[in-house]
Write a protein that binds this ligand. Sequence first.
Ligand code: PLP
Length: 396
Amino acid sequence: MKNRDVAALTEKYVAKTYTRAPIALVKGRGTRVWDADGKEYLDFLAGIAVNSLGHCNPAIVKAIKQQASQLLHISNLYQVLPQAELARELCRHSFADRAFFCNSGAEANEAAFKLARRYGQEKLGGKYEILSTHNSFHGRTLATLTATGQEKVRAGYDPLPAGFRLVPYNDLSATEAAIDPQKTAAIVVEPIQAEGGVVVANEIYLLGLRELCDQRGILLIFDEVQTGMGRTGKLFGYEHFGVKPDIMTLAKALGGGLPLGAMLAREDVAQSFMPGSHASTFGGNPVSCAAGLAVMNALVKGGVLKNCVQMGKYFVKGLEALKKRFSFIREIRGKGLLIGVELTVEGSKIAEACMRDGLLLNCTATKVLRFAPPLTITKREIDRGLAILENVLARQ
Ligand SMILES: Cc1ncc(COP(=O)(O)O)c(C=O)c1O
């Protein structure tokens, strides 16, 4: 089948929830992918911040093959070895004491919201409200889209669940003023708003949120679905800011390309979940967790994170040079290899032109080109990507 055949099948049979490019990607190695017509691309998006060790990383493929030949699925009625091991590794390397596993970022946030509500009922005299931020993105389930601060995600789904309220991002005094002493149980925030256009939190803001939550006895939840698992150059985004959350959610890169999400919490918070409080048939599936262990092992060895920091700096330097040349580049922001280039013009046509020229990236928040390449990317690949981008920008 060629690109066109796959697109025709999709057009006829798949729900129309996505605006898809007309290429069918069928093979990947490292930072490179190939479409069904045999064309090669540099992938600077990595499945939207998922394939952090590159496509078909040998250690991940080996772990998946080994586990798949042993046991594919067994359910959470029994002990699941790779799940227990992954939980141990995540807790060992974070603030957390326990992990609940699920299959996606939205589910991880659902779990966080449910835990916050139970905690609110048990320990905060019935408080239930969750404050989230304008411009945020937390997922597409009813609860998580309600917490999402983007009208286009919420539109058409009224009535939305009660108990969520939006406050401005990076605005500590507005958040403080919004806390309802009778109702507010938790604040959820992304250390970097990724879908919202790669907007980085101020350190003072996150430190202030921590203080505020401590003073009021309420929970601080970090949605690290996109910033977690090394994307920003540290294992978890919160490590940049000297602030530890009470609950953290992960997904995307956690499963190395397989569907896997997790909600991590400190023991005293995690206690509000007990048998029957929450569940997921596939959550913590042995194969996904075996892949997750391979990802964790690679990240904690250190070389990948170091490469992420170095290549992130190198890439930003190259982008800064483009900014000097093209006046329609407004700002370059991000951390590690989560980088946004804000334009003064719409970015989707530029992303499309890059794709035609063999470079995959995407446009978010209308005017922001987003880059989230594999953390294993090389200087040569960055140079090639920058050259393609420069050519495209020169044609604007
Ligand atoms: C910060 C953040 N939270 C939650 C989600 C939702 O994750 P998923 O699409 O796996 O449900 C995303 C997805 O982009 C995200 O970036």
